[in-house]
Design a protein around this ligand. Structure first.
Ligand SMILES: C[S@@+](CC[C@H](N)C(=O)[O-])C[C@H]1O[C@@H](n2cnc3c(N)ncnc32)[C@H](O)[C@@H]1O
Length: 403
Protein backbone atom coordinates (compact mmCIF):
# COMPACT_ATOMS: atom_id res chain seq x y z
CA UNK A 1 0.00 0.00 0.00
CA UNK A 2 1.44 3.37 -1.04
CA UNK A 3 0.22 6.53 0.56
CA UNK A 4 -0.65 9.71 -1.30
CA UNK A 5 2.04 12.00 0.10
CA UNK A 6 0.45 15.29 -0.93
CA UNK A 7 -2.89 14.28 0.45
CA UNK A 8 -1.30 13.22 3.76
CA UNK A 9 0.73 16.41 4.00
CA UNK A 10 -2.38 18.44 3.41
CA UNK A 11 -4.37 16.44 5.99
CA UNK A 12 -1.67 17.04 8.58
CA UNK A 13 -1.50 20.72 7.73
CA UNK A 14 -5.27 21.08 8.26
CA UNK A 15 -5.05 19.05 11.46
CA UNK A 16 -2.27 21.24 12.85
CA UNK A 17 -3.82 24.58 11.91
CA UNK A 18 -5.65 25.15 15.24
CA UNK A 19 -2.56 24.21 17.27
CA UNK A 20 0.08 26.59 15.95
CA UNK A 21 0.26 28.33 19.33
CA UNK A 22 1.00 24.93 20.86
CA UNK A 23 3.72 23.46 18.66
CA UNK A 24 5.62 26.62 17.71
CA UNK A 25 6.49 27.51 21.30
CA UNK A 26 7.00 25.98 24.72
CA UNK A 27 4.63 26.33 27.66
CA UNK A 28 7.20 28.56 29.37
CA UNK A 29 7.36 30.95 26.41
CA UNK A 30 5.00 33.76 27.36
CA UNK A 31 3.48 31.82 30.28
CA UNK A 32 0.63 32.15 31.35
CA UNK A 33 -0.57 33.52 27.99
CA UNK A 34 0.80 30.37 26.28
CA UNK A 35 -1.86 28.27 28.02
CA UNK A 36 -4.62 30.09 26.12
CA UNK A 37 -3.69 28.00 23.05
CA UNK A 38 -4.79 24.80 24.81
CA UNK A 39 -8.43 23.69 24.90
CA UNK A 40 -9.40 24.30 28.54
CA UNK A 41 -11.82 21.37 28.51
CA UNK A 42 -9.00 19.00 27.54
CA UNK A 43 -6.82 20.10 30.43
CA UNK A 44 -9.80 19.66 32.75
CA UNK A 45 -10.41 16.21 31.29
CA UNK A 46 -6.79 15.20 31.84
CA UNK A 47 -7.11 16.39 35.42
CA UNK A 48 -9.62 13.57 35.97
CA UNK A 49 -7.34 10.82 34.66
CA UNK A 50 -5.45 8.32 36.79
CA UNK A 51 -1.62 8.31 36.58
CA UNK A 52 -1.83 5.10 34.52
CA UNK A 53 -4.23 6.68 32.03
CA UNK A 54 -2.02 9.75 31.77
CA UNK A 55 0.88 7.43 31.05
CA UNK A 56 -1.16 5.67 28.35
CA UNK A 57 -2.19 9.00 26.87
CA UNK A 58 1.45 10.07 26.66
CA UNK A 59 3.11 6.81 25.64
CA UNK A 60 0.38 5.78 23.17
CA UNK A 61 0.96 2.14 24.08
CA UNK A 62 -2.65 1.61 25.12
CA UNK A 63 -5.78 3.63 24.60
CA UNK A 64 -6.40 5.73 27.72
CA UNK A 65 -9.74 5.28 29.46
CA UNK A 66 -12.14 8.09 30.35
CA UNK A 67 -11.17 10.63 27.70
CA UNK A 68 -13.97 12.86 26.39
CA UNK A 69 -14.96 11.95 22.83
CA UNK A 70 -13.35 14.91 21.09
CA UNK A 71 -10.01 14.40 22.83
CA UNK A 72 -10.11 10.66 22.13
CA UNK A 73 -10.86 11.32 18.44
CA UNK A 74 -7.96 13.79 18.30
CA UNK A 75 -5.65 11.25 19.94
CA UNK A 76 -6.75 8.54 17.50
CA UNK A 77 -6.48 10.86 14.49
CA UNK A 78 -2.80 11.32 15.36
CA UNK A 79 -2.26 7.58 14.87
CA UNK A 80 -4.04 7.68 11.53
CA UNK A 81 -1.92 10.59 10.27
CA UNK A 82 1.36 9.06 11.35
CA UNK A 83 0.84 5.49 10.16
CA UNK A 84 2.83 4.23 7.19
CA UNK A 85 3.14 0.87 5.54
CA UNK A 86 5.54 -1.25 7.55
CA UNK A 87 8.35 -2.90 5.65
CA UNK A 88 8.42 -6.66 6.00
CA UNK A 89 11.01 -8.28 3.81
CA UNK A 90 13.20 -11.34 3.93
CA UNK A 91 15.66 -11.02 6.79
CA UNK A 92 19.11 -12.57 7.10
CA UNK A 93 20.78 -13.98 10.17
CA UNK A 94 24.43 -13.63 11.03
CA UNK A 95 26.88 -15.25 13.43
CA UNK A 96 27.63 -13.99 16.96
CA UNK A 97 30.81 -12.31 15.76
CA UNK A 98 28.74 -9.93 13.69
CA UNK A 99 26.85 -8.63 16.68
CA UNK A 100 29.64 -8.50 19.20
CA UNK A 101 29.70 -4.98 20.74
CA UNK A 102 26.66 -4.00 18.67
CA UNK A 103 23.61 -2.81 20.66
CA UNK A 104 20.23 -4.54 20.29
CA UNK A 105 18.91 -1.32 18.72
CA UNK A 106 21.67 -1.23 16.13
CA UNK A 107 21.24 -4.96 15.41
CA UNK A 108 17.55 -4.39 14.69
CA UNK A 109 18.27 -1.39 12.45
CA UNK A 110 21.00 -3.12 10.47
CA UNK A 111 18.92 -6.26 9.97
CA UNK A 112 16.02 -4.19 8.60
CA UNK A 113 18.19 -1.92 6.44
CA UNK A 114 20.05 -4.86 4.90
CA UNK A 115 16.81 -6.70 4.16
CA UNK A 116 15.62 -3.67 2.14
CA UNK A 117 18.96 -3.35 0.34
CA UNK A 118 18.90 -7.05 -0.56
CA UNK A 119 15.34 -6.84 -1.85
CA UNK A 120 15.99 -3.79 -4.01
CA UNK A 121 19.22 -5.18 -5.45
CA UNK A 122 17.79 -8.67 -5.96
CA UNK A 123 20.73 -9.78 -3.84
CA UNK A 124 23.14 -8.93 -6.68
CA UNK A 125 26.45 -7.30 -5.66
CA UNK A 126 26.35 -3.58 -6.21
CA UNK A 127 28.25 -0.39 -5.35
CA UNK A 128 27.07 1.17 -2.11
CA UNK A 129 27.91 4.48 -0.52
CA UNK A 130 27.17 4.63 3.21
CA UNK A 131 27.05 8.27 4.31
CA UNK A 132 27.88 9.41 7.86
CA UNK A 133 28.32 5.76 8.68
CA UNK A 134 30.49 5.97 11.79
CA UNK A 135 32.43 2.71 12.07
CA UNK A 136 30.63 1.34 9.02
CA UNK A 137 28.93 -1.65 10.67
CA UNK A 138 26.36 -1.79 7.88
CA UNK A 139 28.98 -1.80 5.14
CA UNK A 140 30.95 -4.51 6.95
CA UNK A 141 27.91 -6.78 6.71
CA UNK A 142 26.84 -5.70 3.25
CA UNK A 143 30.29 -6.42 1.92
CA UNK A 144 31.45 -9.39 3.97
CA UNK A 145 28.15 -11.28 3.91
CA UNK A 146 26.50 -10.05 0.71
CA UNK A 147 29.44 -9.15 -1.53
CA UNK A 148 28.60 -5.49 -2.08
CA UNK A 149 31.36 -3.03 -2.75
CA UNK A 150 31.03 -0.33 -0.09
CA UNK A 151 32.33 3.14 0.59
CA UNK A 152 31.99 4.38 4.16
CA UNK A 153 32.06 8.16 4.58
CA UNK A 154 32.34 9.95 7.92
CA UNK A 155 34.26 12.94 9.27
CA UNK A 156 35.40 11.18 12.41
CA UNK A 157 38.82 9.68 11.70
CA UNK A 158 38.82 7.70 14.94
CA UNK A 159 35.55 5.94 14.07
CA UNK A 160 36.77 5.18 10.56
CA UNK A 161 39.97 3.74 11.98
CA UNK A 162 38.10 1.57 14.47
CA UNK A 163 35.77 0.36 11.71
CA UNK A 164 38.70 -0.50 9.47
CA UNK A 165 40.41 -2.45 12.28
CA UNK A 166 37.25 -4.30 13.11
CA UNK A 167 36.80 -5.25 9.49
CA UNK A 168 40.23 -6.86 9.47
CA UNK A 169 39.47 -8.89 12.60
CA UNK A 170 35.99 -10.06 11.66
CA UNK A 171 36.00 -13.53 10.03
CA UNK A 172 33.59 -13.04 7.11
CA UNK A 173 32.24 -15.41 4.46
CA UNK A 174 33.52 -13.14 1.64
CA UNK A 175 36.64 -10.99 1.51
CA UNK A 176 35.25 -7.56 2.34
CA UNK A 177 35.57 -4.71 -0.09
CA UNK A 178 35.09 -1.58 2.01
CA UNK A 179 36.75 1.77 1.51
CA UNK A 180 36.81 4.19 4.46
CA UNK A 181 36.84 7.83 3.41
CA UNK A 182 37.16 10.82 5.70
CA UNK A 183 34.96 13.66 4.46
CA UNK A 184 32.91 16.37 6.03
CA UNK A 185 29.59 15.88 4.29
CA UNK A 186 28.60 19.50 4.80
CA UNK A 187 31.86 21.07 3.66
CA UNK A 188 33.69 18.71 1.32
CA UNK A 189 32.89 17.99 -2.29
CA UNK A 190 31.12 14.63 -2.54
CA UNK A 191 30.10 14.86 -6.18
CA UNK A 192 32.82 12.40 -7.22
CA UNK A 193 31.56 9.79 -4.79
CA UNK A 194 27.98 9.95 -5.98
CA UNK A 195 28.20 7.80 -9.08
CA UNK A 196 25.09 6.75 -10.94
CA UNK A 197 23.87 3.15 -10.62
CA UNK A 198 24.97 2.89 -7.05
CA UNK A 199 22.95 2.46 -3.90
CA UNK A 200 23.31 5.22 -1.36
CA UNK A 201 22.51 4.88 2.31
CA UNK A 202 22.12 7.51 4.99
CA UNK A 203 21.06 5.90 8.26
CA UNK A 204 20.29 8.31 11.09
CA UNK A 205 22.08 11.20 9.52
CA UNK A 206 21.46 14.01 11.99
CA UNK A 207 19.71 17.27 11.17
CA UNK A 208 20.82 18.80 7.87
CA UNK A 209 23.08 15.84 7.02
CA UNK A 210 20.15 13.78 5.78
CA UNK A 211 19.01 16.75 3.66
CA UNK A 212 22.51 16.94 2.20
CA UNK A 213 22.12 13.27 1.21
CA UNK A 214 18.88 14.09 -0.61
CA UNK A 215 20.48 17.09 -2.32
CA UNK A 216 23.24 14.82 -3.64
CA UNK A 217 20.65 12.33 -4.88
CA UNK A 218 18.80 15.13 -6.68
CA UNK A 219 22.04 16.11 -8.40
CA UNK A 220 23.23 12.57 -9.07
CA UNK A 221 20.20 10.26 -9.24
CA UNK A 222 21.07 6.96 -7.63
CA UNK A 223 19.85 3.55 -8.62
CA UNK A 224 18.44 3.12 -5.13
CA UNK A 225 18.69 4.87 -1.81
CA UNK A 226 17.49 4.73 1.78
CA UNK A 227 17.43 7.92 3.83
CA UNK A 228 16.58 7.94 7.54
CA UNK A 229 16.91 11.22 9.40
CA UNK A 230 17.20 12.05 13.09
CA UNK A 231 17.95 14.97 15.47
CA UNK A 232 15.78 17.41 13.51
CA UNK A 233 16.47 20.10 16.12
CA UNK A 234 19.99 20.38 14.69
CA UNK A 235 18.63 21.74 11.39
CA UNK A 236 18.00 25.36 10.68
CA UNK A 237 14.40 26.38 10.16
CA UNK A 238 15.38 28.49 7.15
CA UNK A 239 16.46 26.27 4.31
CA UNK A 240 15.74 22.91 5.95
CA UNK A 241 11.97 23.00 6.37
CA UNK A 242 9.18 23.46 3.83
CA UNK A 243 11.49 22.23 1.07
CA UNK A 244 8.93 21.12 -1.53
CA UNK A 245 6.88 23.68 -3.38
CA UNK A 246 3.75 21.98 -2.04
CA UNK A 247 4.92 22.45 1.56
CA UNK A 248 5.80 26.04 0.73
CA UNK A 249 2.23 26.56 -0.40
CA UNK A 250 0.90 25.00 2.83
CA UNK A 251 3.35 27.17 4.77
CA UNK A 252 3.52 25.43 8.14
CA UNK A 253 5.14 27.94 10.52
CA UNK A 254 8.19 25.94 11.62
CA UNK A 255 10.22 27.18 14.57
CA UNK A 256 13.27 25.71 16.28
CA UNK A 257 10.95 24.72 19.15
CA UNK A 258 8.76 22.79 16.70
CA UNK A 259 11.86 21.00 15.40
CA UNK A 260 12.74 19.98 18.98
CA UNK A 261 9.24 18.67 19.42
CA UNK A 262 9.45 16.64 16.20
CA UNK A 263 12.54 14.85 17.58
CA UNK A 264 10.71 13.69 20.66
CA UNK A 265 10.50 9.93 21.19
CA UNK A 266 8.00 8.46 23.58
CA UNK A 267 7.69 4.82 22.69
CA UNK A 268 10.35 3.24 24.83
CA UNK A 269 9.18 4.67 28.11
CA UNK A 270 7.70 2.68 30.97
CA UNK A 271 5.68 4.18 33.80
CA UNK A 272 8.85 4.91 35.82
CA UNK A 273 10.38 6.91 32.98
CA UNK A 274 7.08 8.74 32.64
CA UNK A 275 7.03 9.60 36.35
CA UNK A 276 10.61 10.86 36.13
CA UNK A 277 9.69 13.09 33.19
CA UNK A 278 6.79 14.52 35.19
CA UNK A 279 9.06 15.12 38.17
CA UNK A 280 11.55 16.98 35.94
CA UNK A 281 8.76 19.22 34.70
CA UNK A 282 7.45 19.77 38.26
CA UNK A 283 10.81 21.16 39.35
CA UNK A 284 11.36 23.13 36.17
CA UNK A 285 7.90 24.72 36.12
CA UNK A 286 7.91 25.48 39.86
CA UNK A 287 11.30 27.12 39.44
CA UNK A 288 9.89 29.19 36.58
CA UNK A 289 7.06 30.42 38.81
CA UNK A 290 9.62 31.27 41.49
CA UNK A 291 11.68 33.26 38.98
CA UNK A 292 8.54 35.00 37.75
CA UNK A 293 7.73 36.01 41.32
CA UNK A 294 11.26 37.40 41.62
CA UNK A 295 10.90 39.25 38.32
CA UNK A 296 13.78 37.28 36.81
CA UNK A 297 13.73 35.84 33.31
CA UNK A 298 16.04 32.95 32.45
CA UNK A 299 15.23 31.13 29.23
CA UNK A 300 17.35 28.00 29.57
CA UNK A 301 18.11 26.96 33.15
CA UNK A 302 19.87 23.73 32.14
CA UNK A 303 19.41 20.11 33.15
CA UNK A 304 20.67 18.45 36.32
CA UNK A 305 21.44 14.75 37.01
CA UNK A 306 18.20 12.74 37.31
CA UNK A 307 18.85 11.89 40.98
CA UNK A 308 18.50 15.59 41.87
CA UNK A 309 14.96 15.64 40.48
CA UNK A 310 14.17 12.80 42.88
CA UNK A 311 15.41 14.83 45.85
CA UNK A 312 14.27 18.11 47.35
CA UNK A 313 13.09 21.06 45.29
CA UNK A 314 15.13 23.39 47.51
CA UNK A 315 18.39 21.64 46.51
CA UNK A 316 17.50 22.03 42.84
CA UNK A 317 16.38 25.66 43.21
CA UNK A 318 19.42 26.72 45.27
CA UNK A 319 21.73 25.10 42.72
CA UNK A 320 20.04 26.85 39.81
CA UNK A 321 19.86 30.22 41.56
CA UNK A 322 23.55 30.00 42.29
CA UNK A 323 24.48 28.76 38.79
CA UNK A 324 22.66 31.71 37.24
CA UNK A 325 23.96 34.11 39.91
CA UNK A 326 20.50 35.25 40.95
CA UNK A 327 20.71 37.20 44.23
CA UNK A 328 18.08 36.04 46.77
CA UNK A 329 17.35 35.53 50.48
CA UNK A 330 15.45 32.23 50.23
CA UNK A 331 16.02 29.61 52.89
CA UNK A 332 15.47 25.88 52.37
CA UNK A 333 12.15 26.18 54.23
CA UNK A 334 10.99 29.12 52.06
CA UNK A 335 11.69 27.11 48.91
CA UNK A 336 10.01 23.94 50.17
CA UNK A 337 6.98 25.99 51.27
CA UNK A 338 6.81 27.53 47.82
CA UNK A 339 6.98 24.05 46.25
CA UNK A 340 4.09 22.65 48.31
CA UNK A 341 1.92 25.77 48.12
CA UNK A 342 -1.43 24.53 46.79
CA UNK A 343 -1.87 27.39 44.33
CA UNK A 344 1.60 26.84 42.92
CA UNK A 345 1.01 23.09 42.68
CA UNK A 346 -2.25 23.65 40.80
CA UNK A 347 -0.57 25.96 38.32
CA UNK A 348 2.33 23.55 37.82
CA UNK A 349 0.00 20.61 37.28
CA UNK A 350 -1.99 22.60 34.71
CA UNK A 351 1.27 23.33 32.85
CA UNK A 352 2.26 19.66 32.98
CA UNK A 353 -1.06 18.52 31.56
CA UNK A 354 -0.89 21.13 28.80
CA UNK A 355 2.58 19.87 27.99
CA UNK A 356 1.27 16.30 27.69
CA UNK A 357 -1.07 17.57 24.98
CA UNK A 358 1.82 19.38 23.33
CA UNK A 359 4.06 16.31 23.34
CA UNK A 360 1.43 14.44 21.37
CA UNK A 361 2.23 16.59 18.34
CA UNK A 362 5.87 15.46 18.06
CA UNK A 363 5.37 12.47 15.81
CA UNK A 364 2.98 14.21 13.43
CA UNK A 365 5.49 17.04 12.99
CA UNK A 366 8.22 14.52 12.21
CA UNK A 367 5.91 12.88 9.69
CA UNK A 368 5.38 16.25 8.05
CA UNK A 369 9.14 16.82 7.72
CA UNK A 370 9.69 13.43 6.09
CA UNK A 371 6.77 13.71 3.67
CA UNK A 372 7.99 17.15 2.64
CA UNK A 373 11.47 15.73 1.94
CA UNK A 374 9.97 12.94 -0.19
CA UNK A 375 7.84 15.41 -2.17
CA UNK A 376 10.90 17.59 -2.69
CA UNK A 377 12.70 14.64 -4.29
CA UNK A 378 9.69 13.84 -6.46
CA UNK A 379 9.70 17.40 -7.77
CA UNK A 380 13.07 16.53 -9.30
CA UNK A 381 11.60 13.40 -10.88
CA UNK A 382 12.99 11.04 -8.25
CA UNK A 383 10.47 8.40 -7.32
CA UNK A 384 10.37 7.37 -3.70
CA UNK A 385 8.17 6.08 -0.95
CA UNK A 386 7.96 6.76 2.76
CA UNK A 387 7.77 3.67 4.93
CA UNK A 388 8.23 2.58 8.49
CA UNK A 389 11.47 0.66 8.43
CA UNK A 390 12.09 -0.11 12.14
CA UNK A 391 9.93 -1.16 15.02
CA UNK A 392 9.10 2.13 16.71
CA UNK A 393 9.53 0.67 20.20
CA UNK A 394 13.12 -0.30 19.40
CA UNK A 395 14.15 2.58 17.18
CA UNK A 396 11.78 5.54 17.24
CA UNK A 397 13.35 7.46 14.33
CA UNK A 398 11.97 4.85 12.00
CA UNK A 399 10.62 6.64 8.92
CA UNK A 400 12.63 5.98 5.79
CA UNK A 401 12.54 7.57 2.38
CA UNK A 402 13.26 4.76 -0.02
CA UNK A 403 13.95 5.11 -3.72
C1 LIG B 1 23.93 9.35 14.54
S1 LIG B 1 25.46 8.83 13.88
C2 LIG B 1 24.93 7.65 12.70
C3 LIG B 1 25.96 6.64 12.38
C4 LIG B 1 25.49 5.49 11.51
N1 LIG B 1 24.95 5.93 10.26
C5 LIG B 1 24.50 4.66 12.26
O1 LIG B 1 23.30 4.79 12.04
O2 LIG B 1 24.93 3.90 13.14
C6 LIG B 1 25.94 10.19 12.91
C7 LIG B 1 27.31 10.05 12.28
O3 LIG B 1 27.50 11.19 11.46
C8 LIG B 1 28.84 11.59 11.55
N2 LIG B 1 28.88 13.01 11.15
C9 LIG B 1 28.34 14.06 11.80
N3 LIG B 1 28.54 15.20 11.11
C10 LIG B 1 29.22 14.86 10.00
C11 LIG B 1 29.71 15.60 8.89
N4 LIG B 1 29.54 16.92 8.81
N5 LIG B 1 30.36 14.94 7.91
C12 LIG B 1 30.53 13.61 8.00
N6 LIG B 1 30.10 12.85 9.02
C13 LIG B 1 29.45 13.47 10.02
C14 LIG B 1 29.25 11.30 12.96
O4 LIG B 1 30.64 11.16 13.11
C15 LIG B 1 28.49 9.99 13.23
O5 LIG B 1 29.28 8.88 12.93
Amino acid sequence: MRIDKKQRLNQIRQFLAPYEGIFTREILDFYPESLSSYPKAWIEALQQLSPTDLFHFDSRKFQPQNLPNDLLEWWQKLSELTTFPEIKRKEFTYDDWTWSKVTAKKKHELTKMISVVQTLTDEAPTQIIDLCAGMGHMSRLLSGHHQHQCTVVDFDQELLQKGSERLKKHPLPYPPNVQFIKKDVLKDDLNELFRPHQFSLALHNCGGLSIKHLELIKKHPQHHFINVGCCYYKMSVQGHTNLSSYAQELNLPWTSIALYLSTRAHYQQDINDFETKIQVKKFRYTFHLLLQKMGVNIKAVGEVPVRLYRGFFSDYALLKLSEHRVPHHYSVTDLEDFFIDQQIQNKVWEMILANLIRWQLGRVLETYLILDRALWLEESGIECEVAQIFNEQISPRNLAIIG
